[in-house]
Design a protein around this ligand. Structure first.
Ligand code: BTN
Length: 258
């Protein structure tokens, strides 16, 4: 893995990436960032690892990535926002990471609700937001991202829907440069977000998402909902027009019905 010094060199950010915690192997960068959050570490700290032994994904799933090929990192933030706005932080992270990947590869990156980034219609990045709430406010938020960068092969069950920048573009990417670009983009977007203002984030996320107006199914724990994806509501829920009216979902796996 790169050293803290290498990661800091040339990174001109105000908040995000002011401090690095770098590991060859760790259980989960999100778990580590939460420990830092509990210990009172200042916001903007970044935990980065070459390999995770217990990388975690959404809905209790595992996040598996080959050592040394990908970007696995978490950012600790302390925005002054209410519990109700917390879900919007996933949109903030998605827009920041999408902008950064676009800058490096020169191709458009899509957002898929709730936390995926797609290139050529396949997943290249997953984002996992974990919060600590205190007295109806966010005490801290951990934004974890796994970007599939240079990994060239994936197990069959992943390669159906997942891919990497290298597979899609035929090129390898410098992971340090990509991480620094991500942190710069997040840093640019963060000041209003820190005050609870997501006005710049939501329209860009919506523009990057191609599912609106299309028929979708949302697979939830023990039921499936079908309808037309209409919009996002004020707290990042997905609004679906079903046979019985508008319904808002906050978790689940969405697929566009073709
Ligand atoms: C998902 O698509 O389900 C979200 C995956 C998030 C994975 C990243 S990898 C870095 C960070 N640490 C973790 O344990 N998970 C996130």
């Amino acid at each position: 893995m790169y050293s803290k010094e290498e990661l800091s060199q040339g990174l001109d950010t105000a908040i995000v990436g002011k401090k690095f915690f770098v590991f060859d192997t760790i259980d989960s960068t999100n778990a580590c960032a939460r420990t830092l959050g509990d210990a009172g570490t200042t916001e903007g700290a970044v935990v980065v690892a070459d390999f995770q032994t217990s990388g975690r994904g959404r809905l209790g799933r595992a996040w598996i990535a080959e050592p040394g090929e990908n970007l696995l990192f978490s950012v600790l933030l302390r925005p002054r926002i209410s519990i109700a706005s917390a879900g919007l932080l996933t949109l903030f992270a998605s827009v920041g990471v999408a902008r950064a990947i676009e800058r490096r590869i020169g191709e458009p990156v899509e957002c898929k609700w709730p936390n995926d980034l797609l290139l050529h219609g396949k997943k290249i990045c997953g984002i996992l937001l974990e919060n600590l709430f205190q007295q109806s406010q966010v005490a801290y938020a951990v934004i974890g991202a796994g970007i599939n960068v240079n990994q060239r092969t994936f197990p069959d069950e992943i390669s159906l829907r997942g891919t990497s920048l290298a597979i899609e573009t035929g090129k390898s990417f410098d992971r340090k440069e990509l991480l620094q670009t991500v942190l710069s983009e997040l840093d640019v977007l963060y000041p209003p977000v820190q005050q609870g203002n997501f006005n710049a984030i939501v329209p860009e996320w919506i523009k990057r998402c191609t599912m609106f107006g299309k028929p979708v199914t949302v697979q939830q724990q023990n039921h499936t909902m079908s309808g037309i994806a209409r919009t996002l509501n004020h707290d990042a829920g997905l609004v679906i027009e079903t046979g019985t009216g508008l319904q808002t979902v906050y978790a689940g796996d969405v697929s566009v019905v073709s």
